[in-house]
Design a binder for this molecule. Structure first.
Ligand code: NA7
Length: 293
């Protein structure tokens, strides 16, 4: 398929590479020039990239970035035509997604929200799980592209439901990790051996995918970003915003948000969100040797 891929960050670069490898005709654009994907064309603007494409795939930081790239100066909107699909893998506000979809519908284009989970490693290995909102026919047309970048797709309903579900998922990841980080901090302070604790977790119902994924990095004190703290913080804020609109109270998440705020003030925004652990350790006066602690 002819695909314009807009946004070559940690996730986008790897995803676009997998599209090229699967034989799709890809043209990329990135705000900061110089990022390339081997085998893909490079366009000077979003509008130029989208010209003649069947699908415009977005992988951008936040709601404002998506608005700028699609509807701003030289935005992709200028090149939309009947039958085109915008697929958005950025995690952004569900309410904004619904509004954006209405705007592009006026040009005969469809909007499929397709945020994903699987981090940098899933993007590199083509094993992402896509959480999708959109009409059946458009989602069906995107299947070869999903297959090139991921291992599973879950269609959660109409446009906007993918983003809503992604926020619900990341809410859980942030809170499961917070529980793990608090447990590790207390364990260290009480003199419990971390390796033995991890073995116990693995053998019991406390085990989780989040812990499985994060534990090896933490043992190495490796906080290089697989999923940067600043992006998890954004998702927590988006979930709180959506909860407020829906008149739902999330007291646990509100507290976790404050921890992200303080971890950001501590200079950790570009590290992995696992670096929130270092803040808990600092408060506890726990000394753990490592690169980022
Ligand atoms: P990154 O690595 O932070 O990449 C973000 C991308 O978004 C990158 O290409 C940025 O371009 C681009 N960006 C950010 N703001 C803008 C604006 N205003 N206009 C145009 N382009 C912009 O994020 P990830 O790849 O890890 O994640 C992407 C999404 O998936 C995000 O929503 C996550 O929560 C999930 P730059 O190179 O800085 O010029």
């Amino acid at each position: 398929m002819r695909v314009a891929f807009l946004g070559l960050g940690i996730m986008g670069q790897a995803m676009a590479t997998n599209l090229v490898k699967a034989g799709h005709e890809v043209t990329v654009w990135n705000r900061t020039p110089g990022k390339i994907v081997e085998g893909a064309g490079v366009a000077p603007t979003p509008a130029a990239a989208a010209q003649g494409a069947e699908v415009v795939w977005l992988c951008l930081s936040d709601t404002n970035a998506v608005e700028d790239v699609v509807f701003g100066k030289d935005g992709a909107e200028g090149s939309l035509a009947e039958g085109m699909i915008i697929a958005d893998s950025s995690t952004i506000a569900p309410a904004a997604t619904v509004k954006f979809a209405e705007r592009v519908r006026a040009k005969g284009a469809a909007w499929v929200d397709a945020p994903m989970t699987g981090s940098k490693i899933g993007a590199r290995d083509g094993t992402l799980v896509f959480i999708v909102g959109g009409d059946d026919a458009s989602v069906e047309r995107l299947k070869p592209l999903f297959a090139a970048m991921g291992k599973k797709i879950f269609r959660m309903g109409e446009t906007g439901k993918g983003e809503a579900t992604k926020l619900v998922m990341n809410l859980q990841i942030a809170m499961i990790f917070e529980g793990f980080a608090e447990a590790l901090t207390l364990a260290t302070k009480l003199g419990v051996d971390t390796q033995q604790l991890l073995g116990l977790i693995d053998a019991t119902m406390v085990r989780s995918g989040v812990v499985d994924y994060k534990a090896p990095f933490i043992l190495q004190r490796d906080f290089t970003p697989n999923f940067p703290l600043r992006l998890m913080h954004k998702d927590i804020r988006l979930a709180l915003e959506a909860a407020k609109e829906a008149r739902v109270k999330l007291p646990g998440l509100e507290t976790v948000e404050e921890i992200y705020e303080m971890a950001t003030e501590d200079g950790n925004r570009d590290l992995d969100y696992a670096a929130t652990l270092t803040l808990l350790e600092k408060w506890a006066g726990v000394q753990v040797k490592g690169k980022a602690a």
